[in-house]
Write a protein that binds this ligand. Structure first.
Ligand code: G3H
Ligand code: 13P
Ligand code: ZN
Length: 331
């Protein structure tokens, strides 16, 4: 049993309370590799931002849970080495799908877990979430739950509305489960293909997706004033990275994300955690493709992983400073 406090990590409670009050959101960046961890820490330290480093089931399978936990411990020490006296770093399980995986993470140094019961019938989601909360809170680990199902790219935008979080359920859900934050569905979705071109409007040559359901967000805020809300699927899929990938041999078609002005707007509300994974994948892949195309003789991974890390760091800093507004919020 390793408690996260021994690793110098923090849970999300105070961080979220401050973010909701201050009208900004904490970045939750997924990581699978050492380079992503380094880029996240460098960006957080340089901008003096709290940060959530999150690990999916796929990341655990790829990199091994013990290694990722030790990378997170290393992240705290690395942040201090970079001059940040009191880093605020959360190690979070992303999309935990069973009590067992949440327990394993809680027992092994995670400071926050998500139990994603969003695909279950309502009462089963309540029961599973409550079981995780009851266990997690014994160790002061915070729990994110989810209500509503994120839309997939095949969904018609109008049909997707039926998966949106139902505001009339949130009070009952939050009260009965005791969860610390709630992920909601208001039109975001996972991956680099969030909308089809047909779902978008062409404005000045740019495909603009339909807006997020801010009316539903407002209703949820009204029902649960000040309660921390989470947005998944919030990559904006920068077109310059998509173009670089395609220019150097990639084949990413119609990759469309959430416009950053909408994420900026959401960050000012009770949305206090914004999940970004795909943008990091794009930044990494674009830099590696470009480097290898321009330097065909290179075969030392450090030669192409360095520009990849630098490009991810640039993206993380941009999100923190220009989109989420979590810079200078430490302490
Ligand atoms: O929500 C999904 C995250 O982007 C993690 O993706 O399961 O492929 O690691 P993954
Ligand atoms: P993106 O695919 O939009 O980056 O979303 C990531 C996410 O929600 C991780 O849980
Ligand atoms: Zn997600």
């Amino acid at each position: 049993m390793v408690n996260y406090k021994e690793l110098g990590l923090v849970n999300t409670r105070d961080m979220f309370a401050k973010a909701v009050k201050g009208g900004y959101a904490i970045p939750a960046f997924n990581f699978n590799t050492m380079e992503q961890m380094q880029a996240i820490v460098q960006a957080a330290v340089e901008t003096k931002s709290p940060v959530i480093m999150q690990v999916s089931k796929g990341a655990r399978n790829y990199a091994n849970g013990t290694i990722l936990r030790n990378l997170a411990k290393g992240a705290v020490e690395y942040a201090k080495e970079l001059g940040c006296e009191n880093p605020e770093i959360v190690l979070h399980l992303d999309h935990g799908d069973s009590f067992e995986i949440c327990k394993e993470c809680i027992d092994n140094g995670f400071s926050s877990v998500m139990i994603d019961g969003s695909h279950l019938p309502y009462e089963e989601n309540v029961a599973l979430t409550k079981k995780v909360v009851d266990y997690a809170h014994q160790f002061d680990v915070t729990v994110e739950a989810e209500l509503g199902v994120l839309a997939g790219v095949e969904d018609e935008v109008s049909a997707a509305e039926s998966h949106y979080t139902k505001p009339e359920e949130v009070i009952d859900f939050a009260t009965r489960t005791g969860c610390d934050s709630l992920a909601i569905s208001i039109g975001t979705s996972h991956g680099a293909h969030k909308f089809t071109p047909e779902q978008c409007t062409l404005v000045n040559g740019v495909l603009v997706p339909p807006p997020l359901a801010f009316d539903i967000l407002a209703e949820i805020e009204e029902k649960l004033p000040g309660f921390p809300i989470v947005l998944h699927g919030s990559s904006s899929v920068p077109q310059e990275e998509v173009e670089t990938i395609n220019k150097y041999g990639g084949a990413l078609k119609a990759a469309i994300g959430i416009p950053e002005d909408q994420l900026r707007q959401a960050s000012k509300s009770a949305v206090c955690k914004i999940n970004i994974d795909s943008d990091s994948r794009l930044a990494m892949t674009a830099a590696i493709r470009k480097h290898l195309a321009e330097n065909p003789s290179h075969f030392d991974p450090r030669q192409y992983l360095k520009p990849a890390r630098d490009n991810m760091k640039k993206m993380y800093i941009h999100k923190i400073v220009n989109v989420l507004g979590s810079d200078n919020k430490l302490g």
